[in-house]
Write a protein that binds this ligand. Sequence first.
Ligand code: NAD
Length: 274
Amino acid sequence: MTSSLRFDGGTAVITGAASGIGSGLARQAATLGMRVVLADLDPAALDAFAATLDTDVLCVPTDVSRPEAVEALAEAAWSRFGGVDLLFNNAGVMATGFSWEITPERFEHSFAVNVHGVMNGIRSFVPRMLARNLPARVVNTASVGGFLPSPMMSPYSATKFAVVALTESLYGELKMLGSPIGVSLLAPGPVKSGIFNDPFGGSHDRPEVRGFVDTMRTMLDTYGLTPDAFAQRVFEGIREDRYWLIPQPEIIDGALQQRTESILAARNPVLPSY
Ligand SMILES: NC(=O)c1ccc[n+]([C@@H]2O[C@H](COP(=O)([O-])OP(=O)(O)OC[C@H]3O[C@@H](n4cnc5c(N)ncnc54)[C@H](O)[C@@H]3O)[C@@H](O)[C@H]2O)c1
């Protein structure tokens, strides 16, 4: 099926746009003729990135964990461009370590950005999209880690499982209303980015944690898609009106089947191979 979503001349909002996957999504949107609204924490980084894009760009410094900031983002997008066709709730943070050594503040920060950030986007954008009543799409970024939990990053695994769940709820709700707003769950595998450069990652005294973070950084550098190659696959999936945007299915296929079978058979979890 082909989505009737408007790319050329349409408007895309991307949170976490200043680096990594978000920057690739913004570049791809611009290449397709979309106007882009870039949201991220650091205004200078946003402006520097915006200067590289050959399209109409609006930068809105935004902390997605703050509902009022995301409301201001939606307001700014609507008043500048009159509507939004594509919302990427992409901003996300990593937190690594042994579960019992991760502080409450780091857990709360992960939930504030990765889960509430997505919910804030839904709360501020979906009612406006419903009122506009034109084809539009909300793309929420989880991770293959939203299907396959991992040791050493429990806040990340827990928040990405939450994004998988809340996105499917949203999909059902919009279907119930017969609305023209599509929903997609985006589950990236490895993509070259700074996600493991979080200020806490590797700063622990524990060699196991440092080793884990180093392994993950090397894995992303070695096997990760570039954000641009990744974003191309994402837009192909959107064009095909796909709910499940899993651009690197080879990362998940066998492991998800094995996990599902082990749950159904009540067998103990199999650890990831890295
Ligand atoms: N890179 C990967 O391999 C990978 C794999 C699976 C999922 N993901 C997910 O993709 C998304 C993008 O990650 P990335 O790899 O590009 O990482 P990244 O660190 O390069 O980019 C994340 C961006 O989000 C911004 N950000 C962080 N907190 C924010 C906040 N409170 N408000 C607004 N912006 C904020 C950061 O400033 C940064 O620019 C995340 O949700 C991540 O969990 C990435």
